[in-house]
Ligand binder design. Structure first.
Ligand code: DON
Length: 309
């Protein structure tokens, strides 16, 4: 069964929204505190171009950790699988997204996967280009192509706010540098990473990105292969095993689709072969995932039989 109308979707949003008051807006990046905790919006985008939305889909969100899927795709393209996975692992951690613990206990010292902050910083380091600006433009360009929206840019206030407060991420970088996983100036890497995390779009843009991933990297309109299918497959696999951090196992059982969350409250979903999902609900649970967004996906998975398992 598939969603037949925006009204039908709105009923699910109304139900899921009730859980927003149990969550909390992210505050460790000061600029994110301004978000409206009660907001919940969603878009579904299908390969034939049809789309259903509910909630205020004009509201913008920053990608935050959702950007890690895109940077992984670029690094895999730039460097190949062997290079990337010699430096970043492929296993879930069971730890919070910004944990430093396993970097020390894991031998050789490399981040366990590209979806945690340590792994994502190592991946962003791998993106080719002669300057931060050039590397950032490459990330932005791919996001614009995937979403079919050339006006997407980044929110400077959010980027600056994170840059000023990113001392834990700086610590991760210095640890990675000490162990030879990265070899660039840490401030430069944090500059690029905080800009990538602050790329700003709406649910509709996000659902179109999800649709391209769902269709193995091919733009359903132009038929252009925007991401090689082998790379899209790796990205979706990480979304299943690590996309919702240390809630990924429970999410796989309860929802069962490749998805990636961000602390802004965004969730990118790709229902393989069917459609893309973009969600924005800034109230987070204790693991940093959108509380109402998770609930909404659970309701949708039950109603539309979305689980791939
Ligand atoms: O590096 C950070 O902490 C943020 N820019 C992104 C973290 C994030 O989105 C984790 N998601 N749930």
């Amino acid at each position: 069964m598939q969603c037949r109308s925006a009204e039908e979707l709105q009923l699910l949003v109304n139900e899921a929204k009730k859980s927003s008051n149990k969550g909390k807006v992210a505050d460790y990046i000061p600029a994110l505190q301004k978000a409206n905790k009660d907001t919940l919006s969603i878009s579904l985008f299908y390969p034939n171009g049809s789309c259903f939305s509910a909630g205020d889909i004009k509201e913008n969100l920053t990608l935050q950790s959702i950007s890690k899927v895109i940077t992984l795709a670029i690094a895999l393209n730039d460097r190949g699988e062997e290079y990337v996975f010699n430096r970043v692992g492929q296993e879930p951690t069971g730890d919070p997204f910004n944990s430093i613990a396993k970097l020390e206990t894991n031998k050789p010292s490399k981040p366990l996967n590209p979806m945690i902050n340590a792994g994502a910083l190592a991946v962003t380091h791998m993106i080719e280009g002669s300057s931060v600006d050039e590397r950032f433009k490459r990330i932005l360009k791919l996001i614009q192509k995937l979403s079919g929206n050339e006006s997407i840019s980044y929110n400077k206030e959010v980027a600056d706010s994170e840059f000023k407060t990113a001392d834990l991420n700086r610590s991760l970088c210095y640890f990675l540098k000490e162990h030879g996983v990265i070899d660039e100036d840490v401030e430069q890497l944090i500059d690029l990473y905080t800009r990538q995390c602050a790329i700003e779009l709406n649910c509709l843009d996000l659902s179109r990105i999800g649709c391209v991933l769902a269709m193995d990297g091919k733009d359903p309109y132009t038929e252009e292969q925007l991401i090689p299918s082998s790379v899209a497959r790796i990205c979706k696999t990480f979304m299943v095993t690590c996309g919702m951090y240390n809630a990924s196992g429970e999410f796989a059982i309860e929802v069962g689709i490749p998805a990636k969350s961000g602390v802004s409250g965004g969730i990118l979903g790709a229902v393989p072969g069917r459609f893309g999902i973009g969600i924005y609900g800034p109230a987070l649970d204790e693991k940093g995932n959108s509380i109402a967004g998770m609930k909404l996906l659970k309701l949708m998975s039950e109603k539309y039989s979305l689980s791939m398992f």
